[in-house]
Design a binder for this molecule. Sequence first.
Ligand SMILES: NC(=O)c1ccc[n+]([C@@H]2O[C@H](COP(=O)([O-])OP(=O)(O)OC[C@H]3O[C@@H](n4cnc5c(N)ncnc54)[C@H](O)[C@@H]3O)[C@@H](O)[C@H]2O)c1
Length: 383
Amino acid sequence: MEVRKIGVIMNGVTGRMGTNQHLERSIVAIIAQGGVKINDDLTLMPDPILTGRNENKLKALAEKYGIEKYSTDVQAALDDSYNKIFFDSSGTQQRKRFVEMAVKAGKAVYCEKPTAITTDEALYLAELCENAGLKNGVVQDKLWLPGLRKFSMLKEQGFFGDIISVKGDFGYWVFEGDVADQPTQRPSWNYRAEDGGGMVIDMHCHWRYVIDNLFGNVKSVSCRTATIIDERVDEKGDTYKCTADDTAYATFQLDNGLHVNFVSSWNTRVRRDDLLSIQVDGTKGSAVIGLRKCYVQSHSITPKAVWNPDIDSPINYYDAWHEVPDATIYDNAFKIQWEMFLRHVELDEAWEFGLREGAKGVQLAEDSLKSHDEKRWVELQRL
Ligand SMILES: NC(=O)c1ccc[n+]([C@@H]2O[C@H](COP(=O)([O-])OP(=O)(O)OC[C@H]3O[C@@H](n4cnc5c(N)ncnc54)[C@H](O)[C@@H]3O)[C@@H](O)[C@H]2O)c1
């Protein structure tokens, strides 16, 4: 049995996503399970080196997770031919510089989304990797969430008939940080456009691959955005001006004619099943997709609703929805994609989540903002 080690540079990994999802729940979890078993003769074992700017933070992280290697010298890690993969979860605006360095060093490149703030830059990074013949990928974690997988399974089985409507509702209240006992739960850069923040750039790149994969390719967008909370308190306790949009109301038209509505907001209190909820109506049945759960209602058990606001509803509409049971074991979504990328890099297995797909997400975000600015529908160019 060969255990083949794969050197993985994990850059910007002291951040929220880097630590929680990519290090702890993906790479460390893969190591703990004994690697990615390919067959009786071969197992792939990621061997990380953590890179970033702050040596103390890196050391603490390495010690906590039992990682041997860390460095503030990312170039030295790139120069080491043992390392095959460069992964970046640093800030979006750092991405270009790091990807350029990784391409120069001939590494396979894997990145958090968004890969850039502009489509031009995102496409440039994709082409940089493609022209250098380097394997590349972007995080599209939502595709492996149990709720979405359950929906896809039913869709493949024809449960919904023709899908006629899709409505997404995303968001929750992000505390402003001005009340000591209600600290904010997201980094402050998310609310500053000049630092790469904003609801649209953050979430519409997710909605692009979710919609493209589940419902059909996005063709055009109409979007209004707003900055509803205009001041927040940052990590140091200083008040700052929110310059980025924190709310977006969008309609996406797909090339199969379907219209998809998404409301995304960090200023809403949740009274629905989950932080993301997508209602899909079809001629034969409907679904309400959450992050982990999926509820369905078939045409045959659809209650007969009759409008009468003068009495309390005689029907509890929740009663006719049924939870789709787990069909398998649903592993962490980021981890699943990591395992696929390791297999793609090492064994050349199929991979549909390259930086070009990442650029499509950035494109939807940029065109959504353009739609807002110009108060019109924007047709997406083919990338
Ligand atoms: N897939 C998802 O669902 C998802 C969710 C949230 C954020 N993200 C993306 O992940 C990335 C990180 O977001 P986050 O929420 O973890 O933010 P964060 O601010 O917690 O982390 C960013 C990290 O990058 C580091 N960094 C900044 N500049 C650097 C530099 N020059 N060199 C090295 N490291 C540097 C910071 O020190 C920090 O550790 C962003 O691109 C964001 O859009 C993805």
